[in-house]
Structures are given as structure tokens and as C-alpha cells.
Ligand binder design. Sequence first.
Ligand code: AMP
Length: 176
Amino acid sequence: MPNPPPAWSRLIRDVADFPSPGIVFRDIAPLLADPAAFAAMLQALAAPWCGQGIRAVAGIESRGFILGAALARELDAGFVPLRKPGKLPGAVLEEAYALEYGQDRLQVQADALPAGTRVLLVDDVLATGGTLAAAARVLHRQGAQLAGAAVLAELAAFEGRERWPADVPLQSLLLL
Ligand code: AMP
């Protein structure tokens, strides 16, 4: 995390015991609602990836859609949604990942991108890393070339980076 932290980081609100007891939810809604803060955060998110030949940004449902679509425009790239089951029409590829209780799945449309397209993966928060790793796997199976991943905040306590392939760049703007 940069020292001092960027001004926009003050607009991420910690909400205790949401969505369940013991969870501290990092709420980015106040940051998104502030035009100057949203713009400054987006520029910081895009900066490491400018000039890297990114052709598409893949965003994880649902806050990854908000960041990903805006980031795609910053990078002059397209956008691809990675969705929960049952939302995408046509042929899809799917990867399962573990949650604290049970499991969830992420899907991408099989024809979302031409093979070899250079893609940047985006989400708001990296916690245990299971979601981001599943997203990387499904993009790989789709045929995309994964340039890296960008997250707004990395929650250090969960060591999610350990589940990310060491040879693929992972940029986080804040270490919380
Ligand atoms: P994980 O798979 O454990 O890395 O969880 C990451 C996914 O869950 C991301 O899509 C986040 O939006 C969401 N998430 C996990 N923990 C939090 C948290 N404390 N605050 C906000 N979102 C979270």
C-alpha cells in the first residue's frame, strides 16, 4: 500500500458482520459514488496495464463488472463478464471453487473471445483467492491469454495471493 494511502481509499467503508457474523465487508459503494475518487482510483488501477497490449478486461460478478467495464474503457479494451451459473446464454465453460461453506461456480461464454486474446482479470477484493483463481482457470480453458489480474484491495490476513500462479502478475492497489 502506498504511504500515505491514496485519498480515495478513505471512501471504502468497513461494515462489520455483513453479510454474516464475523465478516468485515469492504464496501466500495461510497468510493464509486464520488466522481473524483472513482476517476482517481480507476487511473491507478489502469496505470500498470497501459501499453501492455490488453485487448479485453474480464470482470467477476458483480462488483468486478463495475470496475471491469470502466477499466476496459480506460485501456481501450473490450469487456467480458464472468458470471454465476444460469445467467449467460449459449455454450459456456465453468469452474467451481470453494467457499467457507459449500462451493460456487463461475462461467464464461465459450465464444467470448478469439483464442489467444490478451486479457486482464479484475475484481474488487482478493480474500482467500479462490474466486480469482477459478476465474483464471476458466479464462485459460476458454483460450484467452491471461496477462494478469488487478484488484482494488487485497486482504492480507487471507493470504489469497498464495493461490495465484506465481508467474502471472497480480496487482492490488491496497493491502488491508
Ligand atoms: P475470495 O474468493 O475469498 O478471494 O473472495 C473474493 C470475492 O468475494 C470477491 O468477488 C469479493 O467481492 C468478495 N469478498 C470476499 N471477502 C470480501 C470482503 N471482506 N468484503 C467485500 N467483498 C468480499
